[in-house]
Design a protein around this ligand. Structure first.
Ligand SMILES: [Zn+2]
Length: 153
């Protein structure tokens, strides 16, 4: 089981190459733009060490990024089916905080973004013992993974 501290280390050491292995090259570039534009806000950590944040853009989305079995995983409220620029921006914003040594607050129990965590309908990692219980929400949330065999043609 990967602890929150382990994950923080993984996020801190995240390289550009790792991002491009996770998300499309153009998406990584867009995510960087979003991050540098300061469009990531309300960064918070779940009890399992995943990071959640709001990302502004044409619309406002909530993206969630976690390390599962050592690989990056994300969910987002946007309709993009693969790893999206919002997730990339959130990972970069978290990494930036870590490098600055700034605290990232814990996600409040009553934070509506818990819905994002619960809404995907699939537990991400059953070993984590966190709040990622499958919920009844409609399938607007897409699980992104860097493992092969997922994603679109
Ligand atoms: Zn998104």
């Amino acid at each position: 089981m990967t602890t929150g501290a382990d994950k923080a280390h993984l996020f801190k050491e995240l390289t550009h190459a790792a991002l491009e292995a996770w998300a499309d090259k153009n998406i990584v570039a867009r995510g960087k733009q979003y991050f540098h534009a300061g469009w990531v806000s309300n960064l918070a950590l779940t009890s399992s060490g995943a990071v959640v944040a709001r990302v502004r853009g044409e619309r406002r989305y909530t993206a969630w990024v976690d390390f599962v079995a050592g690989g990056l995983n994300s969910r987002c409220t946007c309709p993009y089916e693969l790893t999206c620029k919002h997730a990339v921006a959130v990972a970069l914003a978290y990494q930036d905080r870590l490098k600055r040594g700034e605290e990232v607050p814990a996600l409040e129990e009553d934070d509506p973004r818990h819905k994002v965590l619960r809404g995907a309908g699939r537990a991400v990692d059953e070993d984590e013992g966190d709040n990622l219980t499958p919920g009844p929400s409609p399938c607007i949330l897409v699980m992104h993974s860097n493992s092969s065999g997922q994603g679109c043609a």
